[in-house]
Design a protein around this ligand. Structure first.
Ligand code: NAD
Ligand code: TYD
Length: 353
């Protein structure tokens, strides 16, 4: 088996990254798992407090945009595999400030590719640069069809364009320089530890505090939701069994119109907080639409399911309940991430909308 590997996970203090780090630290005691993260507003070491004393875990505070720090990191460790999740990840922030997305998502990825190429040279057998990407690179669907691995890229937001740029650079380094790489493109994730700027945790937090729940436009946009631990399991499987040079789509086959999802969430919140049916739903407030708002995403993950045997586990209703339970019982986590600049962010994004 794959003993004694040193694995670099970037963005491991973020939402998905923390679930991936935990899974690797627990499941692979022979691996040394190095989490490199800048700790932006979205990075939170509290996400890893249950595993951060494990002997096979190290944390390195690194900004991947800083070439020198990345080079020094690769000087300190001899990495066998890289799972690259560090990114600016929120579409709304990419609309108000695109530059950071170009720096972290494109320049940061190229810095890592250069470091991997330099470290592995012509001895890249058994090594892997695994780049975690999004279905948003494929653009927006109408009411029909799904994204497959061969769908042409057509990103529409600064976030998705920067992720598409990073995917292209990974493919270019693989094709031109022989850096062994895999890319996966996943649909919207939900679950514990997601920063409450994204739809589901933002709505849970607002409902909890009886604040208006902002639904963009008419709430008719559709997303394909996947429980975060299903994504982490797919990443584990692809890292160990995926074919170098390939791309895999990951998705829950679980499409929801935003307004239907929010209504379901409201019903769960009424039940969990002992409110009368309909109390939470009364908080729904339709607000000005996001500029360039992609209508629909839907992922065809039959390649991953057929070739590697991956399957998403919880039904959406169960995953959502688990998520609500987590937010309701992790007051301290929520309080900590909402302190600092969150109020400022919230006002600038939603006042006057
Ligand atoms: P997140 O915003 O919760 O976490 C991102 C992490 O990256 C944070 O810990 C942050 O501190 C770190 N980071 C940001 N800039 C950095 C820099 N310059 N140097 C080092 N670290 C930096 O994001 P997430 O939702 O966990 O997404 C992780 C990855 O998965 C991203 O690449 C994202 O594009 C991709 N993805 C996300 C989703 C989703 O629904 N959230 C779906 C598909 C793909
Ligand atoms: P989000 O969680 O930001 O993910 P993404 O834009 O990457 O899909 O948004 C999910 C959907 O919910 C998207 O269609 C935008 C919408 N949305 C709202 O209606 N209200 C909100 O306050 C937010 C944050 C998102």
């Amino acid at each position: 088996m794959n003993n004694n590997k040193t694995i670099l996970i970037t963005g491991g203090a973020g939402f998905i990254g923390s679930h991936v780090v935990r899974r690797f630290v627990r499941n692979y005691p022979d691996y040394l798992v190095v989490n490199a993260d800048k700790l932006t507003y979205a990075g939170n070491l509290e996400n890893l407090s249950d595993i951060d004393r494990s002997p096979n875990y190290r944390f390195e505070r690194i900004d991947i945009v800083d070439k020198k720090s990345v080079t020094e990191l690769f000087g300190r460790y001899s990495f066998d595999g890289i799972i690259h999740l560090a990114a600016e990840s929120h579409v709304d922030r990419s609309i108000t400030g695109p530059d950071e997305f170009v720096f972290t998502n494109i320049v940061g990825t190229v810095n890592l590719l250069n470091a991997a190429r330099a470290a592995w040279g012509n001895n890249s057998g058994g090594k892997l640069f695994y780049h975690i990407s999004t279905d948003e690179v494929f653009g927006s669907l109408g009411s029909e069809g799904m994204f497959t691995e061969t769908t042409a890229y057509d990103p529409k937001s600064p976030y998705s364009a920067s992720k598409a740029g990073s995917d292209h650079m990974v493919r270019a380094y693989s094709h031109t320089f022989g850096v062994p790489a895999i890319i996966s493109n996943c649909s919207n994730n939900y679950g514990p530890n997601q920063f409450p700027e994204k739809l589901i945790p933002l709505a849970i937090n607002n409902i909890k505090n009886r604040k208006p729940v902002p639904v963009y436009g008419k709430g008719e946009n559709i997303r394909d939701w996947l429980y975060v631990e299903d994504h982490a399991a797919a990443i584990d499987l692809i890292f160990h069994s995926g074919k170098t040079g390939e791309t895999y789509n990951i998705g829950g086959n679980n499409e929801w119109k935003n307004i239907d999802l929010i209504r379901l969430l409201c019903r769960i919140m009424d039940r969990k907080t002992g409110r009368n049916p309909g109390e939470s739903e009364a908080l729904i407030t339709f607000v000005k639409d996001r500029p360039g708002h992609d209508l629909r995403y839907a992922i065809d993950s039959s390649k991953l399911q057929g070739e590697l045997g991956w399957k998403p586990i919880p039904r959406f209703e169960d995953g959502l309940e688990r998520t609500v339970d987590w937010y309701l019982s992790n007051e301290k986590w929520l309080k900590n991430v909402l302190s600092g600049d969150y109020e400022k962010y919230y006002d600038s994004m939603y006042s006057g909308r």
